[in-house]
Design a protein around this ligand. Structure first.
Ligand code: KG4
Ligand code: ZN
Length: 341
């Protein structure tokens, strides 16, 4: 009566992720990345990513099977990211998953990448309580989700423009930092004064609280940083990079944490899960730890390798879906770059 063995494939961006999960147990998580091939372009080039997935897919699957000491015949179900993400990369993963499901005669489950970023935490910290709030923040998404019984998901809000990581990367570029700028800003910010410059907190004005209380907006903040920097440059002044970084990072963390904890209170939720590559951000982590402690909200953040894109998140969500007897996808499953929840 062991739970079924679920193979998860993730290819929504530049990471080829393959993982095997049984119940809540992660047997193996293999990943190949094309990130270095994109660095010189200052952003992900979808066609390069697609080709890299095509080349890495079978070797990564073989590595995962060997790591878990199983064969393809042991796989009971195949889960794959159906969206959101880049269409070309998603298509490579979906084609591989369909080929496996067809050849092995096993059910196929197309699942949502953003939900996977939250559910992967079950493999680390155990099953979720009945209701969980999830903040998923990365270069591609900034979403606030309410999870009931893990798989019944309501999107409470999301960014209206840039994702948190995307805002960091754009500000990184205007500060002349290497791509991706996020980790560089984080490092600089630790040496700066977060109160040096008062940057705007998007969608926190009273007028926004009605329609967009649970949404985010970071493009106005990015523009404010650009204006501030340009004004100093025009005046021939030196830019105090650590102070700019710290003040910018504080504005992002402030908004994310305030809105997320307000949502926890509004919906009576005592557990917060944070996922996505931006959850590596120190300013966000520090503020979350402090405010969750004050509010009595349990904070669950998986180790960073499970926050960035990986196969375990897809296998974890696949396992949760299979365990609840949900219907598999048909083999004509499509991919959806903007997949709603
Ligand atoms: O989840 P992820 O690896 O890829 C996406 O799906 O986007 O997230 C990467 C994003 C990038 O925008 C990167 O700059 C940002 O997360 N990031 C950070 C930090 N580490 C990664 N941003 C701020 N501080 C960090 N420590
Ligand atoms: Zn992601």
């Amino acid at each position: 009566d062991r739970p079924p063995l679920v193979l998860g494939l993730e290819t929504s961006c530049d990471e080829t992720g393959v993982a095997l999960v049984r119940g809540y147990e992660l047997l193996v998580d293999a990943v190949a990345s094309s990130v270095e091939e994109h660095a010189r372009f200052g952003g992900i080039i979808p066609e390069i990513a697609s080709r890299a997935h095509l080349e890495a897919m079978v070797p990564t699957i073989e590595r995962a099977l060997a790591g878990a000491g199983v064969t393809l015949a042991d796989v009971d179900a195949v889960a794959v990211t159906a969206g959101p993400g880049l269409v070309g990369p998603l298509t490579v993963g979906a084609a591989a998953a369909k080929a496996l499901a067809l050849a092995l005669d096993r059910p196929l489950y197309g699942v949502n990448h953003v939900i996977g970023h939250a559910v992967v935490d079950e493999l680390v910290h155990g099953p979720f309580p009945e209701r969980v709030m999830a903040l998923v923040v990365s270069g591609g998404h900034s979403s606030l989700l309410l999870l009931d019984d893990t798989v019944q998901v309501t999107e409470l809000g999301s960014t209206l423009d840039d994702a948190a990581g995307e805002a960091f990367d754009k500000v990184g570029r205007l500060l002349g930092l290497p791509y991706p700028g996020g980790p560089h800003i984080d490092r600089l910010a630790r040496e700066g004064d977060p109160d040096a410059i008062r940057f705007p907190r998007g969608l926190t004005a009273p007028k926004d609280q009605a329609a967009h209380a649970q949404d985010f907006s970071f493009s106005g903040l990015k523009t404010a940083v650009a204006r501030w920097v340009e004004a100093r440059q025009d005046a021939g002044e030196e830019i105090p990079l650590p102070d700019v970084a710290a003040s910018f990072a504080a504005a992002v963390a402030d908004v994310l944490v305030a809105k997320t904890l307000a949502a926890c209170e509004r919906h009576g939720v005592g557990t917060l899960v944070v996922g996505g590559g931006f959850s590596a951000n120190s300013q966000l982590r520090d503020l979350l730890a402090q405010r969750c402690g004050e509010a009595g909200v349990e904070l669950r953040i998986p180790p960073i390798r499970y926050c960035t894109d990986n196969g375990a998140m897809i296998a974890a969500l696949g396992s949760a879906v299979v365990a609840r007897g949900m219907a598999p996808s048909s083999l004509d499953l499509g991919v959806d770059s903007t997949m709603p929840l």
